[in-house]
Design a protein around this ligand. Structure first.
Ligand code: HAM
Length: 403
């Protein structure tokens, strides 16, 4: 990532941090390496993430280690390890994740996520708060064109019953199914719902429907969420949304954008109340989401990001560093929003001015021998008219403060 790319990253990071602190969400950092076991027990040993996409190797002690493919399992692992399952946590994290997928536009083997996890809160308020947070994130980043899809996977029992009924419905049709879907049906039947095969999708039209297996309360939650947010975004129930990780029960959601191409998911998340116990911890309610940074960055319009004002600090002639350093220092203190670029390798006035223009400086402060002797500097406008005036240091600081 080069400076031009990182400009957007910094904007994204600072915007998200502001949103998170307005919700009183604290940062957590977990390691890049975890025991492989953590991911096979959380994402599910039959999920693509574990089966095909983990970067796994044996360490010097012959223990199986993996680069993390996602953040939720590590957060839960850390909370269990610190014996904090009885407390409530509102956490966010960011960093690289690794999945051995076929690289394509928007899909990388090392990518970055920003994730949020609410731990210790039952179904209800957190579902509303996290959707509101996602909307606020999009608004703060100036992203308008996106679709919110939600679904409810019921509780563990309901999920299991639905899977069983889906399998027995599709069993007689096995010969008609694509090999990939036969495999899914064997290991991970839910995933068949988002099969891309036309023949499978046709069959599924008459298959049992998830909504018929979840409780009235779960259905009501979906309806209420739609009612609450439909004026603020394009939000709909998508009964085929099951997500690629096994640990979800309850609400699941995804935000997509048709400005992204084939890999159109900006973020995904949901409730995973059973994961803590699955990993050997105490019962712990959990819900969260993770944003794909490379994808959301694509949707930020760089023109919306105001470049800061840039001032070139030009010192030429016999250098009186003690004096010039102090002027530059006071300017930087006076207005922290301005970029003050000093040309450390010196050079003639002409060559430094050329560099200031090349670096898109809006103004230049010029300090030469005469200026130092008279305690004055030149303030030069580097826009087309190129006006310049003499200012004493006090006047310069006032001008700089009020830019
Ligand atoms: P996920 O849907 O696997 O969920 O990933 C979340 C987001 O990461 C995706 O929507 C996408 O934007 C981005 N992403 C995933 N794979 C790649 C890739 N290969 N290249 C670029 N971007 C990618 C999770 O990871 C869950 N841990 C989310 C969660 C948090 N659920 C509850 N809490």
């Amino acid at each position: 990532m080069f400076p031009a790319d990182l400009k957007k990253w910094h904007f994204l990071e600072s915007t998200l941090q502001k949103v998170f602190s307005s919700y009183n969400v604290d940062e957590v950092r977990t390691p890049l390496l975890e025991s492989t076991d953590l991911f096979s027990r959380s994402a599910g040993s039959s999920s693509d993430i574990v089966n095909k996409e983990l970067y796994t190797f044996l360490d010097r002690n012959d223990e199986s280690i993996s680069l993390r493919p996602e953040g939720s399992a590590s957060v839960i692992r850390a909370v269990i390890q610190k014996k904090q399952e009885n407390e409530k946590h509102k956490l966010w994290y960011q960093g690289p994740m690794f999945r051995y997928e076929r690289p394509q536009k928007g899909r990388f083997r090392q990518f970055h996520q920003v994730g949020v996890e609410y731990l210790g809160f039952e179904e209800g308020a957190p579902e509303y708060e996290l959707i509101a947070m996602v909307l606020q994130i999009h608004q703060s980043l100036g992203i308008k064109n996106f679709k919110f899809k939600i679904n409810h996977l019921g509780n563990a029992d309901e999920k299991k019953k639905f899977c069983e009924s889906l399998v027995s419905f599709l069993q007689p049709h096995l010969p008609k199914l694509h090999q990939k879907d036969v495999e899914r049906l064997k290991h991970n039947p839910l995933r068949i719902l988002d099969s891309k095969e036309k023949s499978t999708q046709t069959l599924l039209q008459n298959a049992p429907k998830y909504v018929d297996f979840i409780s009235v309360e779960s259905k009501q939650l979906l309806e209420d969420l739609i009612l609450t947010y439909k004026d603020q975004c394009d939000i709909e129930i998508d009964n085929s949304l099951v997500r690629g990780l096994d640990y979800y029960t309850g609400l699941v959601f995804e935000v997509t954008s048709n400005n992204l191409g084939a890999q159109d998911a900006i973020l995904g998340g949901g409730r995973y109340d059973l994961l803590s116990e699955q990993l050997g911890g105490k019962s712990l309610n959990a819900i969260g989401f993770a944003i794909g940074i490379e994808r959301i960055i694509e949707l930020i319009n760089i023109d919306n990001l105001m470049d800061p004002i840039k001032v070139g600090f030009i010192v030429y002639g016999e250098q009186i560093y003690k004096k010039t350093y102090k002027i530059a220092n006071n300017l930087r203190k006076a207005n922290k929003d301005i970029v003050l670029e000093s040309y450390l390798s010196g050079g003639s006035l002409k060559s430094q001015l050329r560099r200031a223009n090349k670096n898109n400086c809006n103004f230049a402060v010029i300090v030469g021998d005469d200026e130092i002797t008279n305690d004055q500097v030149v303030w030069k406008d580097l826009s087309e008219d190129g006006q310049q005036i003499f200012l004493d240091v006090e006047e310069l600081i006032t001008k700089y403060t009020n830019l």
